[in-house]
Structures are given as C-alpha cells and as structure tokens.
Design a protein around this ligand. Structure first.
Ligand code: RTP
Length: 151
C-alpha cells in the first residue's frame, strides 16, 4: 500500500453515451485521487477479449466484448493510497441490484450488462490492465495537492 498505487478505471460505452464522464471524474477527484492517464478509445475486439480474458468461459463473454466494442470508452489511470480498493467502493457492486446508493453504479445504472464503469479488482490486475490500455505509460508529474491529502 503506497500513496502511488495506481488503478485502471474505464467508463464503458453506456457511461460515455449517457454523458457521465465528468460526473465520474469528479467523484474520483473529489476523493483526493490523482488523474494520471485519460483517453477516449474505440476498442478492437481482440483488445476487449484480452482485457476480459479471465471471463472467457462465462456465458456473457461474447455479449460483454460486443458491448465494450459498441462505442468509445474513456480509459483512465488514477493514483493514490489504496486507490484499487477505494475505487471499487466508489464504483459499487458489479450488479447494480446490489450496489448501494451513493456509489456510481448505485446511482446511475440498473442492469449488470450496462453497468457503465470498470475498475481493477486488485493491484496485480491493475498493473496488467494499465500495461494493456496505456502501453506508452501515463503522465508523470508532481502533484501539488499531496501534502493536503496525506499526513
Ligand atoms: P468490471 O471488471 O467491469 O469492473 O466488473 P467487475 O469486476 O465488477 O465484474 P466481473 O465479474 O469482472 O464482470 C465483468 C463485467 O461483465 C459484465 N457482467 N455481466 N450478464 C452477467 O451476468 C454479467 N456478469 C458480469 C459486467 O459488465 C461486469 O462489469
């Protein structure tokens, strides 16, 4: 656990189309996390399949890949202490039926197959996902806010 832990967060096509990019960025920013990478991307099938390789045996895999490739996504790298775990909390449970109000999914979606956002589930998967989505790295800069966030 370090103040420079990083996670991969992706606003899925439905989140982009519904105009939720600003709202989602605001939630991470307000919490105190630092945005290191941000880009809009149309996703190739092979890229989506690589991202979700662990789920390839699931019955919903084909539909999931199709959904991710259906329109652009917003790919992001966020940094901060415990950002992987806290990011998942900010996002809420996978199935919006179980996601608490106040979480992104709990506030903005209804269907598990249209749950608007992805967040890495562990530090190791975050590293793999960031290498896949940001192969050229992210923006390394000194952030003035850090002393006001961490003791
Ligand atoms: P994500 O990877 O997107 O952050 O989601 P997650 O870890 O919370 O959930 P995971 O089990 O990895 O599932 C990945 C995505 O697959 C879709 N899904 N559909 N139809 C279904 O039963 C079903 N289950 C999962 C969701 O879009 C989920 O976010």
């Amino acid at each position: 656990m370090s103040n420079t832990e990083r996670t991969y967060i992706m606003i899925k096509p439905d989140g982009v189309q519904r105009g939720l990019i600003g709202t989602i960025i605001q939630r991470f920013e307000q919490r105190g996390f630092i945005l290191r990478g941000l880009k809009m991307m149309s996703v190739e099938k092979s890229h989506a399949e690589a991202h979700y390789a662990d789920l390839s045996s699931k019955p919903f895999f084909g539909g999931l890949v199709e959904y991710i490739c259906s329109a652009p996504v917003c790919a992001m790298c966020w940094e901060g202490k415990d950002v992987v775990k806290t990011g998942r909390k900010i996002i809420g449970a996978t199935n919006p039926l179980a996601s608490e109000p106040g979480t992104i999914r709990g506030d903005f979606c209804i269907d598990v197959g249209r749950n608007i956002i992805h967040g890495s589930d562990a530090v190791e998967s975050a590293q793999k996902e960031l290498a896949l989505w940001f192969p050229d790295g992210v923006c390394e800069y000194e952030h003035a806010m850090k002393p006001w966030i961490y003791e």
